[in-house]
Design a protein around this ligand. Structure first.
Ligand code: ADP
Ligand code: ZN
Length: 732
């Protein structure tokens, strides 16, 4: 029997595997991988991506219907990478493609058309026309020396339409239609570059990265540099070397809105070189994102900076992938395709044979473990730039100080001194809103979201009790319905109340707030950062947003409030999170010439996360933390897969979870099956949630167990959904 071309297609549907289709004769000669096709699926049709192709017997296979793209949307190596990712996270490949590609290319939802425009080419060797306007336009196009866009001609000649048409008809001009990029940087010139002389540690780190670049093989590195040690400068140099080697660079950041300074520094350094930079982030319009993606896939862009999903950017020939602040949990997608961008960056580096640099002042224990015992090489920047000291950190015991309001006396005194010296202060309070919850002081009742089972947050300005997950809201209560008490107080201040309290104490101080509420407007965040840089703010209050990556040289005081809430999250990573958050926040102090001071207020000043953070002692923290993890078989010493079942019907989900857990338990070999237990967030968006946690020292064993219990999801009663979370980060 004759051999036919067969395409394996990731159909955009919740199907666990690729589907094979016969490739019609007329398409079999062109490159197929990375091209979308309309395909038959049951009695309907669907969209799918060709992932692999081969020759074979196509008996019984349906045919591809028609292609949706002229050109592949990604190179074959990216296809292979996406399939590996789908397999690792046990997510349907079609859905993985849907997540990885921008809206309009993902196969569902609206399509985004590229913006095209006409350009005119001069055709030499014709007799010149008589009309004055015709001659002027022709001369302009000839002098322009390349296809002249219509927009430019409009600027110069008002309404050139009729004239252009006449010239084209007479064969003096030729028209072409080209894709126009919607460039988000138009009108925003980069700031001036500030070149520096690298110190020894920076040179060593760069030397090691460059050695990796020269080998053109997978080289995973962990850059552990204390806050203000000049990591970004290392990235900038590594990227320049990459570009010299005619390769491209991908830089991942936890959240692009939080790193305007980093983007500026790259733009400044690349300015004047013939290099295009693309920034991918959630604030982009669909059109902008679509343009950026296509430009990257064409190889027009050499440097890509982006958040989590940029790990899928279709760079043609990456030489380096940098994951800045690699410890950040925002690299993990928390719903749908639950991938971790740092781990996928490592996988991608392995498949595309390039350097991967993970950078952090507080590496995740997973990465540090890999660097001490595994395949990753450790690079260190142990001191701050120019021998600036790390800030002095003082722990304030709240059981002794018992402040009447949010601020303890030592912190108030420090603020007074800082303001008197015209320096800046940051206050971290990792909680938004006016106050987290309303409390009846007579009977102790609090108010919870009817959908999500979490406390409603009291927002004073909007006069609302509000759920931070589903946005349910109701007016605040004045009289407690249980005990008729009237002493209802919003307990434990959030950022908004802290700002008020602070303004009362320091009426002359210029106080600003940075949290989700004050940064919803596009550009609001950048405006606060700029005001800080220009010295228009004395005290900046904020949530974890202010703890990350920002470089304000005039900040000499950092206060950390509400540390206990972070320390006491119901999560085995709570200590690691707290250590990272406090160390990063502390690291904002004293980055300029003047040494910095940090005060951490807590009811638990003996906790090792606090004492190690105060001592800037990552290694001790890691040693203590890993001892605990190892004992319990938690990552990085064991591996986890979390199965979350949910349903609007609580009985159903509980029964389904119990049955599933029994099945897993019966099939498990060298895997602990924990639960089922109600999730800490027992109800979310109207669905009751139960989880079963699988834990094992061996990844293959975990995978094997899931294979054995396949089809996990399909055996569930109707209305019950199952989400598989491989290497879960957030188990609330
Ligand atoms: P990190 O990313 O480790 O927190 P940065 O790269 O932001 O540190 O560097 C902190 C500050 O020090 C920046 O303002 C940067 O311009 C400056 N800097 C970095 N390297 C040097 C150097 N070798 N000499 C002088 N200043 C430097
Ligand atoms: Zn809710």
């Amino acid at each position: 029997m004759a051999k036919t071309m067969i395409a394996a297609v990731a159909v955009v549907a919740p199907l666990p595997k690729l589907l094979d289709y016969r490739v019609p004769e007329q398409y079999s000669a062109r490159p197929l991988i990375g091209v979308r096709f309309r395909v038959p699926l049951g009695r309907r049709s669907a969209v799918g991506f060709v992932m692999t192709q081969r020759e074979g017997s196509a008996e019984g296979l349906k045919e591809l219907i028609e292609p949706l793209d002229e050109q592949p949307l990604f190179p074959p190596i990216m296809g292979a990478f996406l399939l590996r990712a789908a397999d690792y996270y046990r997510h349907p490949p079609g859905e993985v493609l849907h997540t990885a590609l921008p809206v309009g290319l993902g196969g569902r939802g609206k399509t985004v058309a590229p913006v095209t425009e006409k350009s005119y080419h001069f055709v030499a060797g014709k007799t010149l026309p008589g009309g004055e306007k015709q001659r002027a336009i022709l001369e302009f196009i000839r002098q322009h020396d390349q296809p002249t866009p219509l927009t430019l001609l409009r600027e110069h000649f008002g309404a050139p339409h009729a004239t252009l048409q006449r010239l084209t008809e007479r064969g003096l001009l030729r028209v072409s239609v080209t894709e126009r990029n919607r460039d988000p940087f138009t009108g925003h010139p980069p700031p001036a570059d500030r070149p520096v002389t690298l110190n020894n540690d920076q040179c060593t780190a760069i030397g090691r990265i460059e050695a990796g670049l020269k080998t053109d093989t997978f080289t995973p590195l962990l850059l552990h540099g204390v806050t203000g040690s000049g990591k970004t400068e290392v990235y900038l140099n590594a990227v320049l070397t990459t570009l010299q080697r005619k390769k491209s660079a991908l830089i991942l950041v936890p959240e692009i809105g939080l790193t305007p300074q980093l983007v500026d520094r790259f733009r400044a350094r690349l300015h004047g070189l013939d290099v295009k930079l693309a920034v991918l982030h959630s604030g982009l319009g669909d059109g902008e994102r679509f343009d950026a993606w296509r430009a990257i896939a064409r190889g027009d862009v050499a440097v890509v900076i982006g958040a989590r999903s940029a790990v899928f950017a279709p760079l043609v020939n990456p030489g380096i992938i940098i994951v800045d602040e690699e410890h950040e949990s925002s690299y993990k997608q928390s719903d749908g395709f639950r991938y971790h961008a740092r781990d996928l960056a490592l996988l991608r580096g392995q498949m595309q044979q390039c350097v991967v640099v993970l950078g952090s002042a507080t590496p995740s224990s997973t990465s540090y473990q890999r660097a001490t015992a595994g395949p990753v090489e450790l690079l260190e920047l142990p001191t701050r730039i120019a021998e600036r000291p790390l800030p002095q950190v003082e722990l304030i015991d709240l059981t002794v100080h018992r402040p009447e309001h949010s601020l303890s006396e030592p912190l108030v005194t420090a603020l007074e001194e800082t303001l008197a010296r015209r320096e800046q202060a940051l206050l971290l309070l990792n909680r938004r809103g006016f106050a987290p919850y309303l409390l009846c002081t007579d009977c102790g009742r609090t108010w919870r979201c009817p959908n999500c089972a979490i406390t409603l947050t009291y927002h004073r300005q909007a006069r609302q009790l509000r759920c931070h997950y589903c946005d349910y809201h109701q007016p605040p209560i004045d009289i407690c319905p249980d005990c008729q008490g009237t002493e209802l107080i919003p307990d434990s201040a959030g950022t908004e109340r802290l700002a008020e309290e602070l303004q009362e104490r320091f009426p002359a101080a210029r106080i600003a707030r940075m949290d989700r509420d004050t940064t919803t407007r596009k550009g609001a965040q950048a405006a606060i950062v700029r005001a800080m840089e220009q010295g228009d703010i004395d005290v900046l209050i904020g949530t974890q947003m202010i703890a990350k990556g920002l470089d304000f040289p005039a900040v000499t005081l950092v206060g950390i409030l509400g540390s206990d809430a972070t320390l006491n999250l119901p999560d085995f990573r709570a200590a690691e999170r707290a250590f990272a958050l406090f160390t990063q926040a502390a690291g904002r102090a004293g980055r300029g010439g003047t040494p910095g001071r940090v005060y951490i207020q807590s009811y638990a000043t003996e906790h090792y996360a606090l004492t190690c953070s105060a001592g800037h002692d990552y290694r001790s923290f890691f040693a203590l933390e890993s001892a605990g993890r190892e004992e319990l078989g938690y990552p990085p010493f064991g591996h986890l897969i979390n199965l979350v079942l949910s349903s609007p019907d609580v009985k159903r989900v509980e029964t389904a979870a119990t049955l599933l857990a029994q099945r897993l338990l019966a099939a498990a070999e060298a895997v602990d099956v924990l639960g089922p237990a109600p999730c800490p967030l027992g109800r979310l968006r109207g669905r009751w949630r139960y989880q079963i946690l699988l834990k094992s020292a061996s990844r293959p064993r975990l995978r094997q167990l899931l294979d054995r219990c396949e089809p996990l999801g399909r055996a569930l009663p109707s209305g019950v959904r199952l989400a598989v979370d491989v290497d879960p980060i957030d188990m609330l």
